[in-house]
Design a protein. Sequence first.
Length: 383
Amino acid sequence: MKRGCDKKGLRSETVLVLQGGGSLGAYECGVYRTLAKHNIKFDIIAGTSIGAVNASIITSTQDDNNSAEILEHFWLTLAENILPPILMSFFTNRTRAALASIYGTIYGNSKAFMPRWFMPNTPDYLSPYNWTYLYDSTPLKNTLKQYVDFTKLKTKSNDSSNNDNNNNDFKPRLILTSTDIQRGEPVIFDSNNMDIDVDHVIACTGYPFYGISWTKKDGRYLWDGSLLSNTPVLEVINASPRSGKKFYIVDIFPRVQEHLPKNMSNVWHRARDIMYIDKVDNNVKLLNVVTEHHLNLLKELYEIVSSSKLDEKNKVRFDKIQSECNRVANEHHTILNKVTRIQRKETEHFIFEDADFSVATIKKLIRQGEQDAENAIREKRSA
């Protein structure tokens, strides 16, 4: 079977979708390690927030033999030892997460974000009530430049019209999402239409609730894409509607929590999870209903016209309707061929777990992602 085609020879794209979630993005790293181990290659890689960071690294390195190792090295670079490991081993996971998030809040992360109170040369330094952000993303920008080869994200490398699917020069398509602050609408960066650079990626990561700065790019002021959609599946479908899709979706935030929250911290944690869980199912059901209705109308019109006697003028109209009916059917009848979800589970709940960059937690998340991905693949194959 050709890469990019299903068993019937119809064009099909394998898609990896990565959510936002701060330090929980290390879980996505573990998932990708397993997918790479199974030699699963992606035609499209989409992400928002920290998922945009992971997606950019994967897209620029997917055809390298050490792609997964590069992504893991990035995460171990972000990881920090706030105390000697021997001391950290005495703390529970919850206590370690609390200490690490407090440390990050005060001191930031030297490879990802810098607190403004350590930046005395910034404007309004002595007027904190005028600040619009608490953390500067320049360190993350500098780190990304070490791990992403942006020359591989240029449009000429991703022009599908010039690349055969068997061509070794084929590059995956990168789709990133951000939010226009002033218009309140999504802004999509697509490597098929533009040369994606480091500022595009950083523009997808400005999470205002944690005080991370916005980015001005192409005349627009941009925040984190997760504010509008934390699982950019529909963005992928809209960008590439003609092909069937095999989705691998990494769901960072647990969908199910059996017991009710016990305090306000638990309440906020659970509400955060629900806000950012994968909401793709309902959106796709609605999309399929609209598409099916459209097709039924076209087919009905086709039957009416075909049952009547046609003069030369109406024959031309009939041929046009027939062509349009076939076009819509070909473009939309197989939007989703298969969806594999890798869903992170929790045994402990802590609202600032996504700000825990301690070495122990990052390594634990990577291992968890690897195992969950392995289980998801095994379940799909046995189904």
